[in-house]
Design a protein around this ligand. Structure first.
Ligand code: DAH
Length: 340
């Protein structure tokens, strides 16, 4: 029996030494050392031995079991280490490889300009007021003193959702919403947002673009307050040497209405292609809030007055960066957008 035991031991060790993969180890363990393994089966035969033989064989069997266990553990450790070394040597992790470039997102050029405009007006005490892009005919036109069939409606080519609902053609309807919400408090808000026009798309005009509306309502607000705010805005955005001028104009929701210009930032007023040789660039429309509009917002025009303005966002960005095609803003061309 001792011979059998030795043969078993040699066979087991011999097979163990032939294993080359860590994954082969469990099978070997099952075959020799588990409860159903060959060594356990062997030990079960001890019962058949005589009482004199049994202790010696039992002792030898336990020694073999111990030896197999130790060999197995050592062999397992060796194989694992060899595998790790091999992985390191074969450079599975090549720490000298250049890293993958991390693509950083950035703010859209319109967003950058909007944030700059917001910042300038917030320094002058204006709060941002949000108004919806889908508007009723009532808010987009009627409450702004533009009744149905009034010829002034021709100023805004409109996307109609149905005969009551439009995509807002300007940010002005937000004036009414702000007044209705703030009444009877004084107001100083700007309303930045997207507007829509049913217009041909050309390098100079898009069917969607941004505006920033402004509204101040209070006691004793005058045209000079408006002009002061516009001048401050031009100085902050384009530099303190900018000059502004005002021209009489017409908007149904302001009386009187003005157009604000600024001396051309490219030719400094001498005349160039960008300012169409006038020396002046348009900044936006503005005026004193029409009494009818104040009333529609809940404010009594005998006690309250206010000014309003509407500024473009893409145009200043185009000027600042020398962009000559407004369509670039919405064509999702990353090469274009990543420049800013
Ligand atoms: N809503 C006008 C437009 O889109 C711009 C405008 C002009 C807004 C005069 C105003 C304003 O608030 O007073 O053409």
């Amino acid at each position: 029996m001792l011979d059998q035991l030795n043969t078993l031991k040699e066979k087991a060790l011999c097979e163990l030494n032939e294993l080359t993969e860590v994954t082969q180890l469990p099978e070997w363990h099952r075959q020799y050392l588990s409860k159903k393994g060959e060594l356990t089966q062997f030990l079960k035969q001890l019962g058949q031995l005589s009482a004199e033989e049994r202790p010696a064989v039992g002792k030898a069997a336990n020694e073999v079991k111990q030896a197999l266990k130790e060999h197995f553990d050592a062999y397992q450790e060796n194989l694992q280490e060899a595998k790790l070394n091999q992985a390191l040597e074969s450079d599975e992790i090549d720490i000298s490889l250049p890293g993958r470039r991390y693509h950083r997102g950035r703010l859209h050029i319109s967003t950058q300009m909007l944030r700059r405009i917001n910042e300038i007006f917030s320094q002058m005490g204006f709060q941002v007021y949000d108004a919806p892009e889908v508007e009723s005919d009532e808010y987009n036109f009627q409450l702004l003193n533009i009744p149905a069939y009034h010829p002034a409606r021709d100023m805004w080519d409109t996307f109609w959702i149905n005969d009551q609902v439009v995509l807002r053609t300007h940010t002005s309807p937000g004036q009414i919403r702000a007044m209705k919400e703030y009444y009877p408090k004084p107001i100083r808000v700007i309303l930045p947002g997207k507007v829509y026009r049913y217009e041909q798309i050309t390098p100079r005009s898009e069917h969607q673009f941004y505006q920033v509306e402004g509204l101040a309502v209070g006691h004793n607000i005058k045209m000079t307050d408006l002009i002061g705010v516009m001048a401050e805005f031009a100085h902050k955005l384009y530099g303190s040497t900018r000059k502004i001028r005002i021209r009489g104009s017409y908007f149904p929701f302001t009386e009187p209405s003005i157009e604000i210009d600024m001396d051309c930032i490219l030719c400094k007023g001498n005349g160039c292609r960008v300012c169409k040789h006038t020396g002046w660039l348009e900044v936006g429309g503005a005026g004193m809030v029409h009494p009818v509009v104040l009333k529609n917002g809940g404010y009594d025009p005998d006690e309250w007055s206010g000014f309003a303005f509407g500024l473009g966002v893409e145009r200043p960005a185009m000027l600042k960066h020398g962009i000559n095609d407004i369509r670039s803003f919405y064509s999702n061309d990353l090469d274009f957008l990543q420049q800013f």
